[in-house]
Design a protein around this ligand. Structure first.
Ligand SMILES: Cc1ncc(COP(=O)(O)O)c(C=O)c1O
Length: 458
């Protein structure tokens, strides 16, 4: 049906019927995507685009094994309850091995249904039940979801609210960004300096009578600008938070499931001596089908159960979503997509680092600072010393890349970080093509804004 409506008519209907706060990508000239396969998307005219954005279609858009698993399960379901019992056990079991040696502590799963916000909201409830405390520490520029409890802990969104509307139980710690944050790569011990900020927040909360229930963070910040925390940061934060009686929640909704290449979970980048108390997962888990999960230590899960309130979620653990979740794990293994993320991620980062030599607008793309595996950020700056963000230029780059049939987005607090987080079937040739086009665009087929920024840096 959608293919029968022409693009202008579709846009008109969208404007008429969809709430205005639901923004559209490339609003000056929106794309009408009618199909997708692997790492490619196709518009209504059959034009192909390379998708460098979509970390939800983790193993590739419309992967045939995943589609088949969903379709077959839908046909097979005769008796909901029986299928539900069987499938609810399997994905939870399948998730345990990749959680790693230490993570046998993280043993109990809640398959929490449709949205990843549900998973984070449940994680907050678990933390508050377990600790009996209320306050939450979050990171600056973080995004954890769209429901009220999560807007409160998402400075990415709530900084737009007046102070009076902010939740007094929420405390914001500096983002551990060693590129443009408070403590940078030249700091002798940025991990400790950032963790000490969290310790100070806890002390101040205690002085005011507050009690810390949880510290929540993405293991690598995504909307916050592709931030890779220095190793040792989470260990020290966890020590401070646990000493205050709180728990640590790792949001792996964007960065889990092998995207970082070297590990299955991004929190494992910190080392074997760090295990969160609660992990939330989502986007890649269902490859676009809504499926999310919260994993917690038995102690946390038991405290939640002991309050006597049943955890009920109409769609949680439904057999179709679970069959799809299992198929995603199978495809990842069969096609070695985690290994591919490591290999292609290294290649992509190397190519981008070469571009840095050519284009002064590229401020950072070092493998240490802005990315791991197929989660890579390219920070555009007007000046490599002052780090003045090249926000308008980043927007211009993504618009021009779209003309070159490459889909990329810009994010971070200044919207100046080009974000690579493509489906994990992304190939070295795709990386070559994307970087060739970035080079072309930055070299300036029509150079107005770039000429300006280059002269700013000289
Ligand atoms: C890190 C992170 N956590 C949670 C969410 C919330 O997911 P949902 O939009 O499904 O509620 C998002 C969504 O983008 C996210 O990026």
């Amino acid at each position: 049906m959608s293919e029968k409506l022409d693009k202008n008519r579709t846009i008109l209907l969208r404007k008429r019927h969809v709430g205005p706060s639901c923004k559209i990508f490339f609003s000056h000239d929106p794309l009408k995507i009618v199909k997708a396969k692997g790492q490619y998307m196709y518009d209504e005219k059959g034009q192909r685009y390379l998708d460098c954005i979509n970390n939800v279609a983790h193993v590739g858009h419309c992967h045939p094994d995943v589609v088949k698993a969903g379709a077959e399960q839908q046909l097979r379901v005769r008796w909901w309850a029986r299928a539900r019992r069987r499938n609810q056990r399997e994905p939870a079991d399948s998730l345990k091995p990749p959680l790693g040696k230490k993570a046998t502590f993280l043993a109990l799963c809640y398959l929490s249904g449709l949205s990843y916000s549900e998973a984070n909201d449940l994680a907050l409830r678990l933390a508050r039940h377990f600790t009996g405390h209320r306050d939450v520490i979050t990171l600056d520029n973080a995004y954890h979801g769209h429901v009220s409890s999560l807007i409160d802990i998402s400075p990415y969104k709530h900084h737009q609210l007046p102070d009076a509307e902010r939740n007094p139980y929420v405390h914001v710690a500096p983002s551990p960004d060693v590129y443009r944050g408070k403590y940078r790569a030249d700091h002798p011990d940025a991990a400790t300096a950032y963790a000490d900020e969290v310790r100070d927040i806890i002390d101040r909360a205690h002085e005011r009578g507050g009690k810390i229930a949880a510290f929540i963070a993405e293991s690598l910040q995504s909307c916050g600008g592709q931030v890779v925390p220095p190793v040792g940061y989470f260990q020290q934060v966890a020590a401070h938070v646990r000493r205050a009686g709180g728990v640590v929640i790792a949001d792996e909704v964007q960065v889990g499931f092998g995207r970082v290449g070297s590990h299955f979970w991004a929190f494992q980048l910190q080392g074997d001596d760090f295990v969160p108390d609660i992990v939330t997962m989502g986007k890649p888990m269902g490859n676009g089908h809504p499926l999310s999960c919260v994993v917690a230590t038995p102690e946390v899960a038991e405290a939640f159960a002991s309050c006597g309130m049943e955890y009920f979620n109409t769609f949680g653990g439904n057999p179709v979503s679970c069959a799809i979740g299992l198929a995603v794990l199978d495809v990842m293994e069969k096609e070695d997509l985690q290994g591919n993320a490591a290999r292609v991620g290294r290649h992509l980062t190397r190519l981008l680092a070469e571009q840095k030599q050519k284009h002064p607008l590229i401020g950072d793309v070092s493998v240490l600072l802005k990315g791991r595996g197929l989660f890579v950020g390219v920070e555009l700056v007007k000046d490599r010393v002052t780090l003045a963000p090249a926000t308008a230029e980043a927007q211009e780059v993504i618009n021009r890349l779209k003309e070159e049939k490459i889909l990329l987005s810009a994010d971070g607090p200044h919207r100046n970080v080009l974000k690579f987080k493509p489906p994990l079937c992304f190939t070295a040739q795709d990386a070559d093509l994307a970087v060739e086009k970035i080079d072309l665009v930055l070299t300036g087929a029509s150079p107005a804004p770039f000429a300006q920024s280059l002269s700013d840096t000289s």
